[in-house]
Design a protein around this ligand. Structure first.
Ligand SMILES: [Zn+2]
Ligand SMILES: [Zn+2]
Length: 259
């Protein structure tokens, strides 16, 4: 298995919900020995959130990554990336942003819309319970189906390079309290998603930021990573760092999990 441990393709700055500047994130990554990083702040959205970049910040964001990349020229590549949260209801808005010139785009699903009511699957615990209860009438199967359906739609747009935190919907599924990943219905959802990712020739992120979440294992789970490898899907490492200390965190733990 070839996994580039000197690349971290997923991190945030104060342009979205990160704790510090692009320059400070890059400096921390360089000191940790990375040779490639991507700054991937949250795509602007046409409604208020606590985490997304503002549309009017985007030009400055792109310019700043370019400036920082020049500082490390020949030593570390700093890629102009974006974590694009795919919401089918806002496809036109997102398409215009995705079509800009990016080094690297991540496809993520955070929000599911039922009727006209959006909910976050990977927000805080209360938000997840509200999502499951109010939007999906406590039907976890329906929530999982809606999530993977939205992810498949994202992949099929062809806009993206990498699938981010593939199974982030398990964030609060400690002790299998909501569903069991060994259930056939769930494994079929994952298999179908992987097939579409393979067909689109997209890469799959191993998101180690999950280690600090309640679930405490990577996104996606090791069995999913192994299945993806069998399908020939390329893998990349991402920390989803929102602060400098988290860059590359727990990258050294993945190999053991996959053996
Ligand atoms: Zn995300
Ligand atoms: Zn992220």
């Amino acid at each position: 298995m070839s996994l580039d441990m000197h690349s971290d393709t997923h991190m945030h700055s104060t342009y979205s919900d990160g704790s510090t500047t692009i320059a400070a994130m890059a400096e921390a990554a360089f000191k940790k020995g990375f040779t490639t990083i991507a700054i991937t702040d949250h795509v602007p959205l046409p409604f208020d959130t606590r985490y997304a970049m503002k549309m009017e910040q985007m030009a400055a964001y792109r310019k700043e990554i370019g400036r920082v990349n020049q500082i490390y020229e020949g030593r570390m590549a700093v890629k102009t990336g974006l974590e694009i949260e795919y919401i089918p209801e806002h496809k036109d808005w997102l398409a215009s942003i995705a079509s800009m010139d990016w080094d690297l785009t991540i496809a993520s699903v955070h929000t599911l819309v039922v009727g006209s009511t959006p909910c976050l699957v990977n927000g805080n615990g209360t938000e997840f319970h509200t999502c499951l209860g109010k939007n999906f009438n406590h039907d976890i199967t329906a929530l999982c189906r809606a999530y993977y359906q939205t992810l498949q739609e994202a992949v099929q747009t062809g806009w993206f390079d990498i699938v981010g935190h593939l199974d982030v919907l398990k964030k609060y599924n400690t002790d299998n309290q909501f569903f069991n990943e060994t259930d056939t219905w769930y494994q079929e959802l994952v298999e179908d998603a992987l097939d579409v990712i393979r067909d689109q020739k997209m890469k799959l992120e191993i998101n180690m930021g999950a280690m600090a979440h309640p679930i405490g294992i990577p996104y996606p789970s090791p069995w999913i990573v192994k299945t993806a490898q069998k399908k020939g899907i390329a893998l990349v490492m991402g920390s989803d760092a929102h602060r400098p200390e988290a860059i590359g965190q727990d990258f050294d733990r993945i190999q053991d999990m996959l053996t």
